[in-house]
Design a protein around this ligand. Structure first.
Ligand code: PMP
Length: 396
């Protein structure tokens, strides 16, 4: 290894480790369901984005097996050469129906969807108004586009209006986009989409909502945009197939011409192999299930409300989440990591989240109760929370 790389890696890794910022990865020896197995031990799992339990749903497994039987395990090419299977077309039609839009396009992940979509439309002559807590993939997508990035204070509508007005009146930009998460993944708060749409209409902004954590969760499952009744007002509805949908992939739903443009101009669609058949079939089935019934959605909310109430009553700081995302805020990074480690020792897998994923000094253990948990599992998890937190002096 080159000497300069060797010292760069060594010094930086040691620095992270000494500050408690080095993330240790524990491989699962089981499916990522409500109970997981790590190092031979069964744990109650509160760290997965598998909100509805669909990642292990038998109906999804069945269609995935059938798809493998018929189409094999790989799509074999990029979408624009001959990697587009009829399964991809069906998925995209289903996504458009699910999101109440004219059309949709699927990508290999939510992350690469943001990289793809923003840079296909925005360029160096444009500006993007981006909430300061937007997901890393949005930030990277904005950077890739080379547009001027204007950071907006988190969910601060006065700041957004003032910056939109300045950008518009400066006459410097051809296009201006406002971009936000639908649900913010670290705190569980919901974007003020009605106000964002008003500001967008006033200044002719392109609207872009990444609803990775809202789909399957808000709007009776259809997402944050539907929750606010704004399906015809948002230009880009982004989603992931990896969280509530339980599989993998990302998508944009919107007007037909927008999707046509993305199909000819977004680079991961043109230059990276299409999603595998089993995943496409499973994701399509998941959306069918969500559109047919709100049973899983209702169970998710029932469990989430119950779990949050239990933690709150015991004196934990659970922030201001409006969704099932339940942070338990500890603050100090090392203490947060110690807390999470002790929870794991006692039988609850709730992973610590620290800087740079969240601002310094706001370390938290983030909990994701799901439709697949039973009340008994949640009660057991709360009892372990209380024991560990009392031992560490976090609660009285
Ligand atoms: N956008 C947001 C808001 C997310 O929370 C995530 C997942 N962490 C992504 C995009 C990336 O999605 P995926 O895991 O499908 O790449």
């Amino acid at each position: 290894m080159s000497k300069v790389l060797d010292s760069f890696l060594h010094e930086n890794l040691e620095d992270l480790k000494s500050k408690g910022l080095f993330n240790v990865i524990d491989p699962l020896e089981s499916a990522n369901g409500p109970i997981i197995k790590i190092n031979g031990k069964e744990l109650i799992n509160l760290s997965s984005n598998n909100y509805l339990g669909l990642a292990t749903d038998e109906r999804l497994k069945e269609v995935a097996k059938e798809a493998i039987h018929t189409y094999g395990v790989g799509a074999g090419a990029v979408r624009t050469i001959n990697g587009t299977l009829d399964l991809h077309v069906k998925l995209e039609e289903k996504l458009a129906e699910f999101k109440h839009t004219e059309a949709a396009i699927a990508y290999q992940s939510g992350f690469n969807c943001n990289m793809a979509a923003i840079s296909a439309v925005m360029d160096k002559n444009d500006a993007i108004l981006s909430d300061e807590l937007n997901h890393a993939s949005i930030i990277d997508g904005c950077r890739l586009s080379k547009a001027k990035i204007i950071r907006v204070n988190h969910s601060d509508m006065d700041d957004l209006r003032a910056k939109a007005k300045d950008a518009k009146e400066s006459g410097l930009y051809n296009k201006i986009m406002v971009i936000t998460d639908g649900v913010f993944s670290m705190d569980g708060d919901v974007a003020n989409l009605p106000e964002i749409v008003k500001i967008a209409e006033e200044f002719d902004l392109i609207t872009y909502v990444d609803d990775a954590h809202g789909s399957g969760v808000l709007g009776k499952g259809a997402g944050t945009v539907k929750h606010f009744g704004l399906s015809d007002k948002i230009d880009f509805q982004i989603g992931t197939l990896s969280k509530a949908i339980g599989v993998v992939g990302g998508y944009v739903a919107g007007k037909k011409e927008l999707i046509e443009w993305l199909k000819v101009r977004s680079r991961p669609f043109l230059f990276s192999t299409a999603l595998p058949p089993a995943d496409v079939a499973a994701a399509t089935k998941a959306i069918d299930i969500l559109m047919e019934s709100t049973e899983l959605h209702d169970k998710l909310w029932d469990n989430a409300n119950y779990f949050k109430q239990q933690l709150k009553e015991r004196g934990f700081d659970i922030g201001h989440s409006e969704t099932p995302i339940t942070p338990v805020i500890i603050g100090d990074e090392l203490k947060t990591q110690e807390f999470s480690k002790k929870l794991i020792d006692e039988g609850v897998y709730a992973k610590s989240i620290v800087f740079p994923t969240v601002p310094q000094g706001t370390g938290r253990v983030r909990n994701m109760p799901s439709a697949a948990h039973t009340k008994e599992m949640l009660d057991q998890a709360v009892a372990i929370y209380v024991k560990v937190a009392k031992d560490m002096g976090i609660i009285k």
